[in-house]
Design a protein around this ligand. Structure first.
Ligand SMILES: [Zn+2]
Length: 227
């Protein structure tokens, strides 16, 4: 694998993901990250096995036969070989999205949301395609052309960004394919792309971005583009 993922959701989010208690829009971003991250794939298997064990302890099956079945099932889970990235289904049948003359491959987790009907709205060197997801939040694909800065902004809500192609940098760091950025209302940043590399992200927003600098009249369309 060419790029090692550095920014992960972290154990608490993965635990909720495995339990199935994570809200749908956030779970979508986490699932797409997991598709791109062998490290978190393994963590999820471990957490699932752990939760299976906890389940068995808290609710012992009444009959020995059932218990044996459970043991066999757990043994099977534990015996699963480490996921090999070469065998990931999304790499067997990649999902692709078009933006003008460009074709991007996106994680399997986004397959049912991305297709030929994906409609882009473009503003200068930034383009956004709303995805048919999101009960509480806005879920979209965000394309940023090379050498582009997004004006500094804060977040009225949660902003989750997953890099799907290329790289973005902000005041906190540099993020490549698979890296997950989670920004809260406390965070201010001005992300930008590198001089010679464009970027495609998955963006999950629970509230509009709030731009801090520049002329509001000019930034308003940008705000609408994102949200
Ligand atoms: Zn990860």
């Amino acid at each position: 694998m060419a790029h090692a993922v550095k920014h992960h959701p972290g154990i608490p989010l993965l635990e909720q993901y495995v339990e199935g208690t994570l809200e749908a829009d956030i779970a979508l971003a986490v699932a797409a990250h997991i598709d791109l991250c062998p490290h978190c794939q393994q963590l999820c298997l471990d957490l699932a096995a752990e939760q299976g064990l906890l389940l068995e302890q808290s609710a012992p099956p009444p009959e020995q036969q059932l218990s044996d079945d459970m043991d066999a099932m757990l043994a099977e889970i534990m015996a699963q070989p480490q996921l090999d990235s070469r065998e990931l289904p999304h790499q067997l049948s990649p999902v692709q999205v078009q933006l003008r003359d460009k074709t991007f491959t996106v994680p399997r987790a986004l397959a049912r949301l991305v297709g030929q009907h994906t409609k882009w709205t473009q503003l200068g060197s930034i383009a956004n395609a709303k995805l048919p997801a999101g009960d509480k939040r806005h879920v979209s694909l965000l394309y940023i052309d090379k050498d582009t800065a997004i004006p500094q902004h804060t977040h009225k809500g949660l902003e989750i960004t997953l890099v799907l192609s290329g790289r973005i940098v902000d005041e906190q760091g540099s993020y490549g394919v698979g890296d997950l950025l989670i920004n809260t209302p406390d965070d201010t940043h001005s992300p930008r792309t590198l001089p010679n590399e464009d970027c495609l992200c998955l963006s999950v927003l629970s509230a509009p971005l709030q731009f801090n600098k520049g002329i509001t009249r000019l930034l308003n369309p940008l705000q609408h583009l994102f949200y």
